[in-house]
Design a protein around this ligand. Sequence first.
Ligand code: PGA
Length: 253
Amino acid sequence: MMNRRPLIAGNWKMNGLSTGGLALATGIAAKRKAAPDVPCDLLICPPFTLISDVAKAVAGSGIAVGGQDCHAKVSGAHTGDIAAEMLKDVGCSHVIVGHSERRTDHGETDAIVKAKAGAALAAGLAAVICIGETLAQREAGETFAVNRAQLAGSLPDGATAANVVIAYEPVWAIGTGRVATPDQAQEVHAVIRAALQERLGAAEAGAMRILYGGSMKPDNARELLGLPDVDGGLIGGASLKVEDFWAIASASA
Ligand code: PGA
């Protein structure tokens, strides 16, 4: 098995005002500085309004900062949208694309997600591409097919292990407290890796990180992060508390 360094990513979603957001970022940076040997990479994805300040607050800590979405176009008449280059400009190295909440709330299709991921790569950002089945799809026995199809449709040309991270987030596990069992997570991650291998070859597929997301918490992180094809976590609720986020990062050791 390849030696993939875990990535522990916090997705703050639409949470955080300046004071609390900065305190959260500086708290995480302090934990990282006090324990630089914890063997994982850290990424935090605040709302757009906090990115610039958070990037300054964590500068020098080794913590990466990402956006939660970007537009597929480079610039232009797209009121309310943010281009990948703008994220890069304020200190981002990553951007999440295709989160299930974007797919649901904003009707984002695989084709749109692919275009956004391509725009991220073109701007020099790494794309964290989210896929995952709904409960109805799981109960209909469509889990593997749905994830394969979303992956095939969302992965941009030029994807490599250096510029793309996949996040498997079963929709029924997001924000519900209902976490995938280790068996459920591992089998889908293995299917995703096999699909990546068909598309990108063994070397890139073996090196690409596949994160699990959906109710990852301090008390279930160690088991999930210990699975052979789980290379980190995309964490929502538990990324909003310094202690919880750090406990998850520490569980990657
Ligand atoms: P959750 O969210 O950890 O709150 O379930 C995960 C995500 O949506 O990225």
